[in-house]
Design a protein around this ligand. Structure first.
Ligand code: NOJ
Length: 576
């Protein structure tokens, strides 16, 4: 137990608003480092790699779920919130990790998955009995009127689940259906019931007492159910609710109550709410410090821009640069005065940024990974680095469905092929967007299985590990890793990077991403060529930067009027 981190001392470690200058590193434990030779990453493996994170310079670890879980969605289905799954180690291992991270000045944020539990959680098992006091802790509904319970098409309504054809699963024990917006293994908790909320808050306090520094809150917008999920009625707009959008009417109330009851703000804990469907307006409400809800949210707008609105998941469209950069700029302006942004391209649910937004060919991979990082880290907000992003790790070259592991990939494949969608089309979707691209093992070195495990890994290692790995990066002063180190240091050392006002330049330019950051009399100019061809700089439309100091650049080009493919520069403008 990390006694020295409890109570007052823990608070000293967490000064007010510390998360505004922090860079967070996300660890997906299953794929980070295996220590016991079972092919699955674990907590002692993470502890053994802390010096790597300290060298990178990050301030916080966000640990994806390590709780006890049947693992139907790799831990986002929790059966015991107060224990560690034996796959990952023990509670004592986690306490050791927290203490070892703190010794290095790195804080640790837990993933909080409380929109739903596992169907093996004791709360859910108890609630299957219609007479149980926990019946109302979940959403139980009879078959639709006149329909035969359990028969095909008898579900209470037609809402699909994220990873299954229906959001409703029939339970023969109680003769009713329960709601699982994600999958049958992930029944939704009923937050309308105050006992549920108090049980969650008590669990959160228990983790705070164990020294954790905050929570990343999984699909927290869904704790207040969008109208139409639990009933047949739709909201007046007639729009069907989906797991990707919106929230119900009590979200802000629940978040404020949680903040109060767990003393999230009093204790200066980091809180980031994952909120698919959030808009600038909902984010302002949730992150306005005066309302004491959350520090920041993860929006999904910029990672959904290549989807056909209202289309199937496999319907993708090209994403022109102006659409992407204007979206980020919209959030920068929207949250300029109230609230706070989180900044991410990569996480465990997204394809690799360098393959998606950059150019992962051998010629341009390094430069495009660096330039995407430059652009993201120079926005205002808290940047999130997902494991391997700092190495420029790429999508996996999987060609058959057997290589995929993710419940989502397997469900998309099954649904598409059952619906007659050509296999090539759905495979193309998986090859470019599957969540499994982010989940291939961390590439540590050029030895077998990339140094991740001595066994067969649970998912194939990307075959490019002999060249793309942490050991090679540490010997190369120009590596993507070295560039991330510099970006993180730049943020730590410069108030203008943390707090400067953002202004987008050249909003319609289809290859250049350019903006300024201004704080008092300091001004930075960021210029990035987001294409694999050289780009002329329209000097007449940019602030004069011919004599500006180069704070960080990706190339030795030095030409004031053009950028090489995927070149970026961070310049300090002379304000005298
Ligand atoms: C969002 C998580 O990031 C994702 O991995 C998970 O599948 C769903 N929420 C359900 O918990």
């Amino acid at each position: 137990m990390t006694d020295h981190l409890l109570g007052e001392e823990a608070r000293v470690l967490r000064p007010d608003g510390w998360w505004r200058s922090a860079v967070v590193y996300q660890i997906y434990p299953r794929s980070f480092q295996d220590s016991d030779g079972d092919g699955i990453g674990d907590i002692p493996g993470i502890t053994s790699r802390l010096d790597y994170l300290a060298e990178l310079g990050v301030d916080v670890i966000w640990l994806s779920p390590v709780y006890r879980s049947p693992q139907c969605d790799n831990g986002y289905d929790i059966s015991d919130y107060r224990d560690v799954d034996p796959l990952f180690g023990t509670l004592a291992d986690l306490e050791t990790l927290i203490a070892a991270a703190h010794e290095r000045g790195i804080r640790l944020v837990m993933d909080l998955v409380v929109n739903h539990t596992s169907d093996e959680h004791p709360w859910f098992i108890e609630s299957r009995d219609p007479a149980s006091p926990k019946r109302d802790w979940y959403f139980w509904r009879p078959a639709r009127p006149g329909a035969e319970p359990g028969a095909a098409g008898s579900e209470p309504n037609d809402r699909p689940a994220a990873f299954a054809p229906s959001a409703w699963t029939y339970d023969p024990v109680s003769g009713e259906y329960y709601l699982g917006i994600f999958s049958p293994g992930q029944p939704d908790l009923n937050w309308e019931n105050p006992e549920v909320r108090q049980a969650v808050y008590a669990m959160m306090r228990w983790w705070v007492d164990r020294g954790v520094d905050g929570f990343r809150m999984d699909v927290i917008n869904l704790i207040s159910k969008p109208i139409g999920f639990t009933t047949d009625a739709l909201d007046p707009s007639g729009v069907e609710p989906t797991y990707e959008g919106g929230s119900g009417p009590r979200l802000d109330e629940f978040l404020a109550e949680m903040n109060r009851e767990v003393r999230l703000d009093d204790l200066n804990l980091l809180t980031v709410g994952e909120m698919p469907g959030s808009t600038v307006e909902t984010a302002i409400r949730a992150t306005d410090p005066g309302r004491h809800e959350l520090n920041m949210v993860f929006t999904f707008e910029h990672v959904m821009l290549d989807r056909v609105p209202g289309g199937q998941r496999w319907d993708l469209v090209d994403l022109p640069l102006p659409v992407l950069k204007n979206n980020l700029a919209h959030w920068q302006l929207g949250l300029a005065d109230v609230g706070w942004n989180s900044l991410y391209f990569d996480n465990h649910d997204q394809a690799r940024a360098v393959s998606r937004f950059g150019d992962d060919s051998p010629e341009h991979r390094v430069a495009s990974a660096k330039t995407l990082a430059t652009v993201l880290h120079l926005h205002k907000g808290t940047p999130y680095v997902y494991q391997g992003e700092e190495l420029g790790m790429t999508n996996a070259p999987f060609t058959t469905i057997e290589q995929y592991r993710d419940i989502s990939a397997l469900n998309v494949y099954a649904a598409a092929t059952a619906g007659g969608v050509p296999t090539e089309r759905v495979m193309h979707f998986l090859e470019t967007r599957s969540r499994d691209h982010a989940r291939t093992p961390m590439q540590w070195d050029a030895t077998d299985a990339a140094g991740f495990t001595t066994a067969t890994p649970w998912i194939e290692v990307n075959p490019n590990y002999p060249t793309i790995n942490a050991a090679a990066a540490s010997e190369d002063a120009d590596s993507v890793f070295a560039h991330f180190q510099k970006l993180i240091a730049l943020r730590h050392d410069n108030a203008v990077v943390r707090e400067g006002r953002f202004e987008l330049l050249l909003p319609e330019h289809d290859r250049l991403w350019a903006f300024t950051r201004t704080l008092d009399d300091e001004r930075l100019l960021v210029l990035a060529n987001c294409s694999s061809r050289p780009a002329d700089l329209p000097l007449e439309d940019l602030p004069d930067h011919v004599d500006a100091e180069l704070l960080l650049g990706t190339h030795l080009n030095g030409r004031p009027d053009s950028l090489a493919p995927w070149e970026s520069r961070i310049l300090r403008l002379d304000q005298s």
